[in-house]
Ligand binder design. Sequence first.
Ligand code: UT7
Length: 324
Amino acid sequence: MIRRSVVRGTGHYLPERVVENSWFEERLDTTDEWIRTRSGIERRHFAAEGQTTSDLAIRAGKAALERAGLTAEDLDGIVLATSTPDFTFPAVATMVQAGLGMKRGFAYDVQAVCAGFVFALANADAMIRSGLASRILVVGAETFSRIMDWTDRSTCVLFGDGAGALILEAQDAAGENTDRGILSSDLNSDGTYRELLYVDGGVSSTGTAGQLRMQGNLVFRHAVDKLAKTAHTSLEKAGLDGSDVDWMIPHQANLRIISATAQKMSLPLDKVVLTVADHGNTSAASIPLAMSIADAEGRLKPGQLIVTEAIGGGLSWGSVVLRW
Ligand code: UT7
């Protein structure tokens, strides 16, 4: 018998304000057609003035607890992925902890930009398997609208705000790839690619929050190359391959990247959970948002095999294979 981390519940929250592509047409030299055809994005949600990353995360966390039939007291910890924290410190996770009324356990943030949720999930899984915790709330929450350069049409049309969460719970398992729960993961970073995607400010450099800068077409090429490879590596570690996959739940940055990755894995698009059209790129929130929405719609069935993958600033990229 071994310990596995099994998903016990999911939840999400999207800010009320929905911004259609046409909103940008009025402000920038861009078109709905360009945004749709180059990225697959049709609309995104933006947080209201004063609404912070922790506000979104608390709502997603509450929804996940409710769906799991648990209370905050049942959790041993919170691991939260974000690159847009309310404050430099404390960790957003501790604000979520307070917001949920949780007095014990640990809470900390993970920062791997758009790959953040995959890193957080692998991290929480390792803690559960090592016996350090038995139930962890894993959250991805972002307010990327706060770090946009609204004059840069090549970036500001792509991102959105939101939060998604899931609860991982220790369960005894046989140690086979037919077990429920997280079966394998693969994490990578290469800091020499910093210039492709970064924020041009920070605490110890400019003393400002900064704005997002991206060489989109170069990131695109890395994404198409690296995402299928990392998914393949994770599947191989679990003794599985693309033909075993029931659902791909990818980071939602660009429909063309998602399609190319699915094609490389010989997966038809109807096995891919797609939310990019309605959410845009919500960075670390995109995977748990997509997972929670697919779960709420009843599309994810117990026993199904899911592969989730992401790439973002760093560059950092990775994947997790789990059985629902
Ligand atoms: O989540 C973190 C990881 N991030 C990603 O995965 C994003 C990866 N990159 C992408 O999704 C795509 O590269 C973009 C959607 C950002 C851009 O698509 P692209 O097909 O790579 O276009 P491009 O950057 O090569 O730009 C093509 C043209 C350029 O004009 P010229 O030089 O060909 O005349 C841009 O100036 O499109 C122009 N352009 C725009 N035109 C209208 C750039 N942004 C816009 C815009 N509206 N908003």
